[in-house]
Design a protein around this ligand. Structure first.
Ligand code: ADP
Ligand code: MG
Length: 240
């Protein structure tokens, strides 16, 4: 579903993605972990072309994301992205945050978009919040609205960049539960996370990055008990 081949990305002279290769099969959930500055955010931002690349190729469901002839706006509608900061529109209700892109970008009828938006919000436990504004919602609720907003476009893959890092501890679980539900539904996902318990229990593979490189790709049980690399061992000794 996602194929990343020999990708290099530089900011000036700084190589932030150095020969990245990764294949993510449909319905798999990959956790992307590693120290700050490793290039995790940059990597997932290149997947929906929020960042360009200098070399290599990224293919999502058959579309070469950085190819000149690719309609990136169309491809972007197929890739849901959830940020650490929820980035909701403050002057729109939860429901309007969810329906604005289907109505304006996908030209979906307003009624259909609202039906669908209500269903999504209900499925994420926000059935009683559809008319609330972001300022009236907790961080965990806002992040679930952000997830509903991404899902409203019927994405083929979902990318999460530290979706719980800005949340108070008691709200982390409700957002991780929402991501768990998506995994069960068969969504293909990459989740940048510092939640090691979640990564271990939920994810098909752990991708460990450091210094712009993928150091190791291992199944969770192996990664958390007996990682191959010294770099991963040293990282885990600090975070576990
Ligand atoms: P991570 O998400 O793993 O913490 P990032 O992908 O944010 O890492 O950053 C990787 C490297 O790229 C860092 O050295 C960071 O300083 C650099 N970087 C990220 N974004 C930019 C940018 N817009 N301009 C210049 N350097 C950047
Ligand atoms: Mg980051």
């Amino acid at each position: 579903m996602i194929s990343i081949k020999n990708v290099q990305k530089r900011f000036g002279d700084n190589i932030v993605l150095d020969d990245i290769n990764l294949e993510i099969p449909q319905s798999n959930v990959f956790a992307l972990i590693g120290p700050s500055g490793a290039g995790k955010s940059t990597l997932i931002r290149t997947i929906n072309a929020l960042e360009g690349i200098e070399e290599g190729e990224i293919i999502v469901d058959g579309s070469s994301i950085h190819h000149k002839q690719t309609d990136i706006n169309k491809v972007r509608t197929e890739i849901g992205f959830v940020f650490q900061s929820f980035n909701l529109y403050p002057f729109l209700s939860a429901l309007d945050n969810v329906t604005i892109a289907p109505i304006n970008v996908k030209k979906m009828g307003k009624q259909e978009a609202q039906e669908k938006g209500k269903q999504l919000l209900e499925s994420l436990g926000l059935g009683d919040k559809i008319n609330s504004y972001p300022s009236q919602l907790s961080g965990g609720q806002q992040q679930r609205v952000a997830i509903a907003r991404a899902l409203a476009m019927d994405p083929k893959v979902m990318l999460f960049d530290e979706p719980t890092s800005a949340l108070d501890p008691e709200m982390i679980k409700e957002v991780l539960d929402a991501i768990r539900g998506l995994a069960k539904s068969g969504m293909t996902m990459i989740v940048v996370t510092h939640e090691m318990g979640f990564a271990r229990e939920m994810c098909d593979q752990i991708v460990f990055m450091a210094d712009g490189k993928i150091v190791e790709v291992s199944p969770p049980d192996k990664f958390f008990t007996n990682p191959d690399s010294e770099r991963a061992k040293s990282f885990l000794s600090k975070v576990l």
